[in-house]
Design a protein around this ligand. Structure first.
Ligand code: DX5
Ligand code: ZN
Length: 222
């Protein structure tokens, strides 16, 4: 069994969904200074998920406050209509849900052609195997460990087995995609998800719900 000592290095991507939107610039600066590796931006349209957050304007405003990569997670229908504009707004990674589009390969190619890194996301009830035909094109694959829509939910335990399956698919296909996990990540389960193959950990409440962002990030990385 893997111990904490031989875990792969992981990247921490705080989700600004749990930040104070009224002072977003300061929040982004604080999280940058606290040692985050990238900034996870959750875009929700009220159609694909029952919640609404923000669009391109927020991404371009955040861009002015950090040089960290912006990891834009689109929870929207018809992502193909918007990916280019998110890249123009300053996104470094754009990911979209497999459940929200018919032709993932063309959306991935559109993101790449726009100049960003691309990735596909699967919700908890979607089979890992739907990624088979596109994982080779992906720079990132995101496995949701909660139902998309809200921060602060409980981690769905079966996600650990799903991560292993995804990691196997990625390694067997020769894909270099980063494996990202999103939802309910905290200091108590981050070793388990890393051991199962996660390389990027998204954390909203486990970072922004703490007073000391640096300590919170270090706990996740430890
Ligand atoms: C949920 C979002 C997540 C969420 C994570 O739809 O995609 O990024 O903000 O928040 P926590 O870490 O609080 O589960
Ligand atoms: Zn997210």
């Amino acid at each position: 069994m893997n111990t904490g000592n031989n875990l792969e290095k992981c990247l921490i991507a705080p989700s600004i969904l749990s930040a104070d939107f009224s002072v977003m610039g300061d929040e982004v600066k604080k999280i940058t200074d606290a040692g985050a590796d990238m900034i996870h931006c959750d875009v929700m349209d009220g159609v694909f998920v029952p919640n609404i957050t923000f669009g391109m304007k927020m991404v371009s405003d955040i861009r002015k406050h950090t040089s960290l990569p912006l990891d834009v997670h689109l929870m929207i229908v018809e992502p193909e209509k918007y990916v280019r504009r998110f890249v123009e707004a300053g996104a470094d990674y754009v990911t979209f849900h497999m459940e929200a589009c018919g032709d993932a390969v063309s959306v991935l190619n559109e993101i790449k052609a726009s100049g960003a890194k691309c990735g596909a996301v699967i919700s908890p009830d979607t089979s890992v195997s739907v990624l088979k035909n596109c994982i080779a094109l992906c720079d990132m694959v995101l496995l949701m460990s909660v139902y998309p829509g809200f921060g602060g939910q409980h981690f769905i335990e079966k996600s650990v087995d799903r991560l292993r399956e995804l990691r196997r698919l990625r390694d067997e296909s020769g894909s270099k995609a980063l494996i990202e996990i999103d939802g309910g990540i905290h200091a108590g389960n981050c070793a388990a998800v890393r051991e199962a193959g996660a390389q990027v950990l998204v954390a909203g409440s486990a970072v922004f719900g703490e007073k000391d962002y640096r300590a919170a990030i270090e706990r996740l990385r430890a």
